[in-house]
Design a protein around this ligand. Sequence first.
Ligand code: K7E
Ligand code: CUA
Length: 616
Amino acid sequence: MKFGKWYVPMVIGIIAGMVAGNIVIQPDGPAPTMSSSQIASAQNKAFVPPGQHDEYYMFSSGGHSGQMFVIGVPSLRRIRTIPVFSPDSATGYGYDERTKELMGGFSWGDAHHPSLSETNGDYDGRFVFINDNANNRAAMINLKTFHTEQIIGPIPNIMGPHSAVFVTPNTEYFMMGTRFSVPMDGSYKDLEQYKESYNGALQAISVDQETGHMTPAWQLKLPPWNFDLSDAGKGPSDGWAFLTTYNTEEATHLLEVNASKNETDYVLAINWKAAEQAVKDGKFEEVNGQKVVDPEKVPGIVYAVPAAKSPHGVDVSPDGKYFVANGKLSPIVTAYDFEKFKQAIESKDFSDEVRGIPVVNYDSVKAAEVEVGLGPLHTQFGTDGYAYTTNFVESTVAKWKIGEWKVLDKVTVHYSPGHGSAAEGDTVSPDGKYFVALNKLAKDRHLPVGPSHPENMQLVDIEGDKMEIINEAPIDPEPHYAQIIKADKINPVKIYEKDENNPDAIWSEKDARIERNGNKVTVYGIAVRSRFYPDEIKVNEGDEVTIHLTNIDLDQDITHGFGINLYDVNFEVQPGQTNTIKFKADKPGVFPFYCTNFCSALHQEMQGYMLVKPKE
Ligand code: K7E
Ligand code: CUA
């Protein structure tokens, strides 16, 4: 198998570029300016006048901020930050009982890849899922409320689900492959035993179609390699999943060098329907309560497709006929023909076997190698088979086309793009029109703010033959992937529906009360413009206090907050919402509480006192 003649010398230069954290095109001084006609064109295309709405929502991972960013496209205005894996005092997320429990004792997460729910391969605007690479979790955000509604995990047997999240075309499942290998049963094993005793895994999570609620379904045991990215098949490739690998060297130290030795790593093609069937047939082992399928014992589930040196992203074309691996350390994307892949496995056209996994013959399944540029990381699709690949090392986006297999245009971005996101890009029918380059480095693009700069998003107009940058905006660390969905597919609620059956809720100030049971004090309270009922809470030092608060202002956007001075107590109630907070009154004295969220002209009057009577 050959990956092309330029391949070996290029790799050395690319590794040098990556190691230096540097870029090939690295201008000194101010960023290049646009011509006046380019400025006029950009203003015309990207400006959303005051009072008008964006055409698309972009849901961006917040990386190690643990959050999700909601951004309007084309304005690139950040509309909302949705707290997911990290606390957020602005919304009381991680303070109130519901969200404290969601966070499960962790104070952060590392969110990488949002995945919008799909119906027939098209975003349907119901839910968005996201992974936590740090703590083996996944979250579901309900797009009716834009609230994180469920977090599952830490899931046993898996470690660092970076190769995630991708939903299957009807959101039956979403899948998460692991970046790290560990002893799957959770036991201690020395690193010398890595090859025999460590494993990676693919985790399937089933999704309840009504509620979006997630349940760990089954796991597939995989070799001790690092799985980087993943995508689901669709159309003809529905039922399959594709995962990139690196460190098939199975190194445990100095991966920078030792995981870049093999000329070939793989895209693993996984027949998830066959894995699902194996579980139904009882062909699994139970490990820590999880159903684990071992593909060495159940053949026909996993195949390896050779890919040049440590590929990063893997992306399935909208028609499901091709999957492409992005070279990272080789300046190509390799497109594979799914039909040829199917033929290869039917005719057992294998070149090798690795850890019991058949390796299909590269030349039989390859459709083309496209020379896109240095450091290709991720590919997104537009209309008519157009593809857009981010080149991290050379700071460009390369446009190419399925079937033509050559670069048609390139645009320089600023700087070092990681993922890109195209409008409706992961669906069976992308919109074209917009592509957002999620650049890792902003350098000189915005007013300097000290040694560390924000990340930089750039909006690329992809409608014409030539790509054109028409907008940019800084963003907090750190978006990895993002998905862009048509705004009219999402219909959030305006208020929480009044829930008469919630025992914690009260709907009239007459019902406001404080109940005592031993040293347990329960407050049933109301927040309404512009007062709290009750506005005096008298307790004894050492009491365990529970406050249920209901916002009976059933008007859009009238949110009340509730904070107690010096008690680190802070939460909010959105219109119609009942929320609960618990704490111990362990400091005697007088402590004002007040509404933290500006709600009316008399917001400043919305306050009260908590009196904590000292112990005798
Ligand atoms: Cu999706 Cu940033 Cu986690 Cu590529 S990774 S850039
Ligand atoms: Cu209620 Cu401010």
